[in-house]
Design a protein around this ligand. Structure first.
Ligand code: ARG
Ligand code: ZN
Length: 849
């Protein structure tokens, strides 16, 4: 279907389905080319719905027969489903359909991955399995019988019966079809158990391919900690006898919270010290937690329609962030989350794909699993918590679970529990859900006679379809420091509600230095004319770890931007501040590593654009290199010592403490490499006994152009490990010199291990290319053409992953006329393809605007 014929769906058009379902029974007879699915569904008229035609979704399913109350019927079939005359009251629908999992390269519905059957139904994949009202507000208990010649046959809920070649599963909890799952294959389990707070025994299994069982212990540990944490912090217990997780190699996204049967991209389950980095471990912990937490925020309480996606995703991201902070370091986690938010969500908010946390229309819902819905959705909850306070937040959440358990709920329901729990009117706050764009917050200050005044102006730029923005409620956490570095005003949250608003602090003896937006209390861009001295002062003295880091980051950004636009030398003040942080042993190594990092080149490009300068990716790349070399020279005397100090003796442990030391050591190694041509990195690469050390050495070698031997030996060592070879592909492309990036990526796509239908592998080359800023924007335009060629090719097989990757082009209007012209030509070339998917059609259409 092409983009001009695909219809937009609007939030305002919501109507409930005309029937409810009291019971679903499914039988699967598995076969790669022709799986038969028999369904028996009990429909009951929905008294709350307007009367309507009976419509069941169904796509790419072949109807064999259908019956109503035992009598054969002949429905009217279309590309998207069927309609049928049905009785007035309750009735039983039965049907048999045929589907072909083996040919399913879109990885949506029932598909095969390395001989194993698995499903992905969120958002609208169940309609590729059988005819059904595939919408989240239709919830039902399911019984599923799986027949197949495979040792492991899984579905949702509890196992209820099994025999030779078949198994039956019963899920007592009513659920929408998007939470349905089935897995069948030659799998082995890593097993454990958990006893809930009320004493219920739960069997835990992580199902993987034989050989991978020894890589499951960390994921299992993370699962048990998640279960315990959700009891302790949110009072939420698990509600089935068994919790199964399956790792699959071919998966479009990260993971999926199917009831009692989570399915994961194997990269977010499998880990061993030799094959996974510290970052991999941290992500596994976070994603295991995320999917587990969905059992309450998503499954027990689901979404009425897909516009409400942030109801479950924003809240569940918020919960997994809290969890990771509790498990590791809140300060470090907050900095990492903000880095991610700015890199992905601010970027989205500033371009043609900007949309509200709760969008009001879409063509293809898969295109809205975005940083805005997820990460900004989580920020909105963080703001709400700051505004009402921790106790009221806990009260509101209890009320939410009490009131809405078993419901398909809306953002209105969510806001209402906070209003009811606190007596506050949150009408204005709700704009965070409906207005797109990142608010700009301008600050000025004044000191007069002991009174310090902070004046703020908020302004949100126009975004597609939203020219005018109303003022939002912005919680601004502020602290004040004395010039001697003492805190005179501890953190207080100012509540800004107007377009312009001032706040005063009285009784001060000297003009204070303000620390504004502590903890990044709101997802806004703070503009304040500040001197480098004041930034250096905050970097040295701020008691708020986020703002301490932020001060250093702002300093680095100012320096880098001036180096790009005025061709200045790296500032000595910055280099001194950098050194002070690097050697400050009172600071957590993880924090020091983050504080020593430079802003990304994409971040600099966006900031230059915001300040009215057309960014030149090549100039940014060169300035970043120059600054890194200057930093390496400036710290030269300290680096070897610091490198030695941060070694982690003893066996590898993925815990936050060791990971932080390795992160700092990695930063040091990458600086050292600028001065020794990679000599130390080569030593570390050869000696490494864990993937964090090996990969950081590999990266350093590549980054100074000394990686040839490592490229060969790394491949030899790891050629049988898919997840490690993904790293091998992606690192080479990430560190390629700008003018060589497209050619290298193109050469790698001819490598015998380049399997373009595997999303991880596709991303490891084509995704890495789009994130190598200077390489992607090389003036030849070679990367643009290369990306477009691959998007067109992948769109024919896997529209969802192709459409997602097309966001590489979303920043195109920042750049000069030549680059814009070349990108426009590629976008238009994609748009002109016959048979373009609805996914890609919508994305390209929005980007071309
Ligand atoms: N609900 C999943 C998660 O965030 C994401 C699944 C998205 N899948 C999709 N095809 N859009 O945990
Ligand atoms: Zn989620």
């Amino acid at each position: 279907m092409s983009s001009d014929t695909a219809k937009a769906i609007h939030l305002s058009d919501y109507t409930p389905f005309g029937w409810q379902i009291s019971q679903v029974e499914l039988t699967f007879q598995l076969a790669p080319k022709a799986t038969r699915v028999t369904s028996k569904i009990s429909f009951v008229p929905n008294a709350d719905a307007p009367s309507q035609e009976f419509f069941l979704h169904g796509e790419q399913v072949k109807l064999i027969w259908a019956k109503i109350d035992g009598e054969t019927v002949t429905p009217t079939l279309s590309e998207t489903g069927l309609t049928c005359d049905v009785p007035q009251g309750a009735f039983i629908w039965e049907a048999e359909v045929e589907i072909a999992p083996e040919g399913n390269t879109a990885l949506e519905g029932l598909y095969m991955s390395n001989g194993m059957y698995c499903t992905q139904c969120e958002a609208e994949g169940f309609r590729k399995i059988t005819f059904y009202p595939d919408r989240p507000d239709v919830m039902a208990p399911f019984t599923v019988r799986v027949e197949g010649d495979l040792p492991v046959l899984l579905s949702n809920g509890n196992p209820s019966a099994q025999g030779d070649g078949w198994a039956e599963w019963t899920d007592p909890w009513p659920k929408p079809a998007y939470l349905f799952a089935l897995v069948a294959g030659q799998l082995e389990a890593f097993s454990d158990s958990f006893t809930t707070a009320s004493g219920k025994h739960v069997d835990l299994n992580i199902w993987v391919r034989p050989g991978d069982v020894e890589k499951c212990d960390y994921a299992m540990d993370a699962l048990k900690r998640s279960m315990k944490w959700d009891e302790d912090v949110y009072g939420r217990e698990y509600d089935l006898d068994v919790f199964n997780i399956v790792a699959v190699d071919d998966f479009n996204m990260g993971a999926m919270e199917n009831k009692g049967l989570n399915i994961f991209n194997s990269r977010y389950v499998l880990a061993s010290p030799e094959t996974a980095t510290d970052l991999d471990y941290a992500r596994i912990e976070a994603i295991i937690a995320h999917e587990y937490f969905h059992n309450w925020t998503g499954n027990r309480i689901t979404c009425r329609d897909w516009f409400q996606l942030c109801l479950k995703e924003g809240l569940t991201v918020y919960r997994d962030q809290q969890f990771s902070g509790d498990m590791r370091s809140h300060a470090v986690k907050r900095i990492e989350d903000v880095l991610m938010l700015r890199a992905r969500q601010f970027r989205e908010d500033n371009g043609p794909l900007a949309h509200p946390v709760r969008p009001e229309s879409y063509v293809e819902i898969n295109n809205f699993y975005t940083a805005t819905v997820y990460e900004k959705g989580a920020e909105v909850i963080g703001m709400l918590k700051q505004l009402v306070g921790d106790d009221s937040y806990a009260k509101a959440l209890d009320l939410y679970f009490d009131r809405h358990d078993g419901d398909a709920a809306t953002i209105e329901d969510w806001i209402k529990v906070f209003e009811d729990a606190t007596g506050r009117d949150l009408g204005q706050f709700k704009r965070w859900y409906s207005q797109a764009g990142t608010p700009r917050l301008d600050v000025s200050d004044d000191f007069n006679d002991g009174t310090y005044t902070l004046s703020f102006k908020q302004k949100t730029p126009a975004t597609p379809g939203q020219d005018q923005k109303e003022p939002q409620v912005i919680p601004i956490a502020v602290g004040l420091l004395n010039p001697n570095g003492d805190e005179v005003q501890p953190t207080t949250v100012l509540e800004m509600t107007d377009a312009e608003q001032s706040f005063t602090f009285t009784g001060l003896s000297t003009r204070p230095v303000p620390s504004i937006l502590r903890g990044f209390s709101a997802p806004v861009i703070l503009n304040r004319d500040t001197s480098a001295d004041e930034r250096a002062f905050l970097l040295a003295h701020d008691t708020d770890p986020f703002n301490k880091w932020e001060a250093g980051r702002a300093l680095a950004k100012d320096v880098l931007m001036r180096m790009v636009s005025e061709n200045t030398e790296p500032s000595a003040a910055y280099l001194d501040a950098l050194r002070a942080v690097a050697v400050d042993e009172t600071l957590d190594p993880a924090f020091r590593a983050l504080a020593m990092g430079l802003p990304s080149q994409d971040d600099i490009a966006q900031s230059l654009f915001d300040s009215g300068v057309t960014p030149d990716p090549d100039a940014i790349y060169r300035a970043a290199k120059r600054l890194k070399r200057a930093a390496a020279q400036h710290l030269l005397a300290d680096l070897p010592n610091l490198y030695g100090q941060m070694a982690c003796p003893g066996p590898y442990s993925p815990d936050a403490k060791d990971a932080g030391r390795r992160a700092l050591r990695e930063t040091v190694l990458s600086l050292l490499s600028e001065t020794d041509g990679g000599a130390q990195a080569a030593v570390q690469f050869a000696a490494a006994d864990n993937m964090s050390d090996q990969l950081s050495a590999f990266a350093s070698l590549l980054s100074v152009g000394a990686g040839d031997d490592a490229v060969a030996s790394f491949y030899d060592q790891w050629k049988d490990d898919r997840l490690v070879i993904d790293k091998w592909f992606s690192l080479q492309v990430s560190y390629a010199a700008p003018e060589k990036t497209a050619a290298l990526a193109s050469e790698l796509t001819t490598h015998k291990d380049f399997d373009w239908k595997n999303p991880n592998r596709f991303r490891s080359v084509i995704g890495a290319l789009s994130m190598n800023a200077a390489g992607f924007h090389d003036p030849s335009g070679a990367s643009y053409t290369f990306l477009a060629d691959w998007l067109i090719k992948l769109d024919g097989a896997n529209p969802q992953t192709a459409a997602r990757m097309s966001t590489a082009f979303e920043t195109w209007r920042r750049y000069d006329a030549d680059r814009q012209g070349m990108i426009r030509a590629q976008l238009e070339r994609i748009a002109a393809q016959g048979g373009l998917s609805r996914d890609m059609g919508e994305m390209v259409g929005r980007m071309l605007g």
